[in-house]
Design a protein around this ligand. Sequence first.
Ligand code: MN
Length: 227
Amino acid sequence: MDFVIDPPPRVTLPVRGTDDLFPVHRIYCVGRNYAAHTIEMGYDPDKEPPFFFQKNPDNFLVGRDFPYPPASKDVHFEFELAVALKSGGTDISSADALNHVYGYACALDMTRRDLQGVAKKTGRPWEVGKAFEASAPCGPIVPASEIGHPDAGCIRLDVNGQRRQDGNLDQMIWKVPEMISYLSGLFMLRGGDVILSGTPAGVGPVAKGDTLQGEIEGVGTLDLKVV
Ligand code: MN
């Protein structure tokens, strides 16, 4: 038995300070998980709880410039804490959830906001706005065995040296254990799943030539150029 075509390459993320690789299974993303961002997008955080969408695993971009994608004139940055799972299951309790976390990373949920806007208006799915090539730039994973499980600390992004996003992980509406528990009631989670946990306020457009510098206290940094 043999593959009838070349199998696609396995998607991996580097582990900081090592030659080790984290194999990626799925990418789940939380929408509107910081109240101030929910409000800037025109929604009421008290009336609408956060929700999930997905990107494709091979949308991760590691160690390369971000290529401005086709079909959009309004590509936005959303800087987020990524949560990498080492194991999974269904119906995981919040109390047990962090036992399934391998580590954390800095990530961007790049968004074709104009296409997402059309999808919202017409009730269509979000993939064209969210799940395009290189739409998930991600830094190296830092094992929880080294840094613990950060539930507070600055999460900030500068664009061309100007501070654009400045939040704190403690502002998440759904905390990491809650999102793992909730997701595990909808999907079979597995080791290799990565959750992008939502973005604080201040999202905005990028242009070719921009440099993005993100930092999450206790987790690390992510530098990116738009080309
Ligand atoms: Mn996002």
